[in-house]
Design a protein around this ligand. Structure first.
Ligand code: FES
Length: 149
């Protein structure tokens, strides 16, 4: 009887303790949408670089890192957001207003305003982030996705 009671208590404590320590491993990852500003502040036809702080919580640890993205809209309502890393080897690229092209200085890649490869070694167009507009604010989900078209 004592042994049975001890086993029950041990199982209860072990289960609770185990659950406490293991629960972060089984917790569903939350989508971390990040607000990057008022949608109306992005000028149509002009790629705009935005910088933001990305906070990631993994189990008990929260980390922060500075990041950026390129925002493009043709009409102020529909938005495309590009990952800021070149799809060749990940260097940051920039927008050339004169040439109306994205230029990556590492190995001379050139992308057009839609993120398509014009020349150079990149194997695919610029990667994109999911984007949404809620209440006039633009939010992104900064997980690179290959362009579909
Ligand atoms: S990393 Fe951009 S061209 Fe190589």
């Amino acid at each position: 009887m004592v042994a049975g009671l001890g086993a029950a208590i041990g199982g209860l404590l072990g289960g609770a303790g185990g659950g406490y320590f293991l629960s972060p491993l089984f917790r569903k990852k939350e989508e971390s949408w990040i607000d990057i500003g008022r949608a109306a502040d992005f000028l149509p036809g002009v790629p705009t670089k935005v910088e933001y702080i990305e906070r990631r919580r993994d189990a008990w640890v929260t980390t922060e890192r500075r990041s950026s993205a390129w925002v493009l809209t043709s009409n102020g309502q529909d938005f495309i957001v590009f990952d800021p890393r070149c799809t060749h080897l990940g260097c940051p690229y920039r927008w050339s207003a004169d040439k109306k092209l994205f230029l990556c200085p590492c190995h001379n890649a050139v992308f057009n305003v839609d993120g398509q490869v014009v020349s150079g070694p990149p194997p695919r167009p610029l990667d994109r982030y999911a984007v949404k507009v809620v209440g006039g604010r633009l939010s992104i989900l900064p997980q690179a996705q290959a362009a579909t078209a």
